[in-house]
Write a protein that binds this ligand. Structure first.
Ligand code: NAP
Length: 497
């Protein structure tokens, strides 16, 4: 029997008001129903937002270090349950256990960072231009935070948003992706167990255009933090932006790894295999383009083609498997549609390009690791986010051309350069227009305490992770204290000789 899940609103676990449900199936075995979830809508969102608003005042007045201690307990509970959550996540969205363990670990790291941030949340003080007057600034919470997340990092991404929101004193209404509601519910259960008061954290399950949009449009939601596709991000920005909500958008990517003629090719090979086919290519930071210097192109492609064919596909719960299924049928169809697009545009398919259906793979959404060569700048497979195990290889003459190709897409999330030449490395660090650049490492591998995000259509300028995200979840309050005992007028009573 599949487990039945509920919404958590105003401190109570509840079904949807209509009683309607939706199910979530294992992408490695579509016969397995992972869970049954309440199909909710605007009415449930209204209740959750009202609860969050009611709870906000007491929560904002709790000392931030005390809120931080609750986050510390959250990190401890996640550590105890790491394996249990990782296994559930693998069943729910398919990536292999080593990766789902990493996803939970990122949440744990984020919890401990947030816990200590409760003791920091630093403001400033600055001298006044007038005597006997003091100027200072400090951070105050924004209010009710609407959090909308994708399925590919079902634990890490919600924690990147919810933990800083909470430690800064905001209350939260959370809508996880419909493909990963079970992992999200585990997280909320841990928050409740660790002592987050009722109403401060709420989770509402249901579709993006119903529950998600109801959160975005709710007049009492002060800020939206969204991670997902650029198309949905743009809709959210238009809708929430007209009400002047604060909105953080972390969106798509079309990331590239450059390999120069002087690179350690074995290192670069390990990097591209992990970057392109880890998480079955379904990372916003996945390597979907490989830019090779002409002098090593043929040699490197011989190495890569063979290694990609040897990757072991299968159920992520089996430790020896390296590549899990893609998330669902629609995703597999979309990925597959790019095979004809690539061929019609003149690229050559080196390997893959088809469903993987042998033996145990027959009941899952498996897709063979796919590599296109002879790819030219501007082809659709080189420009568009495919979000699957498809790599496009482009041959270039020198580093200038490599950077031009790398920058020539509408996204700007992650990037990587393999070289032994320190001058080239620094030139690339300066000239690549992305939020993240790795030198001699793959395009994936962000650490929880570093700012994360991208340029261009990858977002709207905010960053998650690290110290920067705390600015998003707070307002800056400035206070002037005049202890002169008389009216002093700024700019007017100031005399400079
Ligand atoms: P998605 O389709 O945009 O969905 C993301 C979330 O938005 C889900 O919870 C979805 O709900 C919800 N949603 C959908 N339509 C909505 C609407 N009209 N109003 C409000 N919410 C709505 O993206 P995805 O397929 O889950 O994730 C893959 C995308 O995320 C890729 O483009 C990837 O690059 C990007 N991503 C970016 C980052 C980053 O940090 N830059 C990280 C990870 C992923 P339902 O699930 O119910 O549809």
């Amino acid at each position: 029997m599949a487990e039945k899940y509920q919404n958590y609103i105003d401190g109570e676990w509840r079904d949807s008001l209509s009683g309607e449900t939706f199910e979530n199936r294992n992408p490695a075995n579509w016969d397995e129903v992972v869970g049954i979830f309440p199909k909710s809508g605007k009415q449930e969102v209204d209740k959750a937002v009202a609860a969050a608003r009611k709870a906000f005042n007491a929560w904002r007045l709790m000392p931030a270090p005390k809120r931080g201690m609750i986050l510390k307990k959250v990190g401890d509970l996640m550590t105890q349950r790491k394996e249990e959550i990782a296994r559930l996540m693998t069943r729910e969205m398919g990536k292999v256990l080593a990766e789902t363990r990493g996803d939970v670990q990122e949440g744990i790291d984020t919890a401990y960072y947030a816990a200590m941030e409760g003791r920091r949340l630093l403001g400033h003080n600055a001298p006044s231009e007038l005597p006997n007057k003091m100027n200072l600034s400090f951070k105050i919470p924004v209010g009710v935070a609407g959090i909308i997340t994708p399925w590919n990092f079902p634990m890490a991404i919600p924690t990147w948003k919810i933990f800083p929101a909470l430690v800064c004193g905001n209350s939260v209404v959370f809508k996880p992706a419909s493909d990963t509601p079970a992992t999200a519910t585990k997280l909320v259960k841990i928050l409740v167990e660790a002592g987050v008061p009722e109403g401060v954290i709420n989770i509402v399950h249901g579709g993006g255009s119903s529950v998600g949009m109801a959160i975005v449009q709710h007049p009492d939601v002060d800020l939206i933090s969204f991670t997902g596709s650029s198309d949905v991000g743009s809709i959210i920005n238009s809708s929430g932006g007209k009400d002047l909500k604060r909105i953080s958008l972390e969106l798509g990517g079309k990331n590239a790894q450059i390999v120069m003629q002087d690179a350690n090719l074995h290192l670069a090979l390990d990097g591209v295999l992990w970057g392109a086919f880890g998480t079955t290519g379904q990372r916003c930071t996945a390597t979907s383009r490989l830019i090779l210097h002409k002098d090593i192109h043929d040699k490197f492609m011989d190495m890569l083609g063979e290694s990609a064919n040897n990757l072991k596909l299968g159920d992520g719960l089996i430790e020896s498997n390296q590549v899990g299924p893609v998330i669902n049928e629609a995703a597999r169809e979309k990925i597959h549609s790019y095979i004809d697009i690539g061929k019609n545009d003149g690229a050559t398919m080196l390997t893959g390009g088809e469903f993987a259906t042998d033996g145990d793979l027959s009941k899952g959404w498996f897709y063979k690791p796919t590599i296109f060569v002879d790819v030219k700048q501007g082809m659709r497979i080189e420009q568009e986010e495919i979000f699957g195990p498809v790599l496009s290889v482009i041959k270039v003459n020198d580093l200038d051309e490599a950077i031009k190709v790398l920058n020539g897409v509408e996204y700007g999330l992650s990037s990587s350069l393999y070289t032994q030449d320190v001058n080239n490395a620094f030139k690339a660090m300066r000239d690549i227009n992305c939020g993240i650049t790795y030198i001699n490492g793959p395009t994936i591998g962000a650490e929880a305490h570093m700012p994360f995000g991208g340029t261009k259509r990858t977002g709207n300028g905010h960053r998650e992770g690290g110290w920067e995200v705390y600015d998003f979840y707070t307002e800056t309050k400035v206070v002037y204290v005049d202890f002169s005992g008389k009216l002093q007028k700024a700019q007017i009573d100031v005399e400079y000789e």
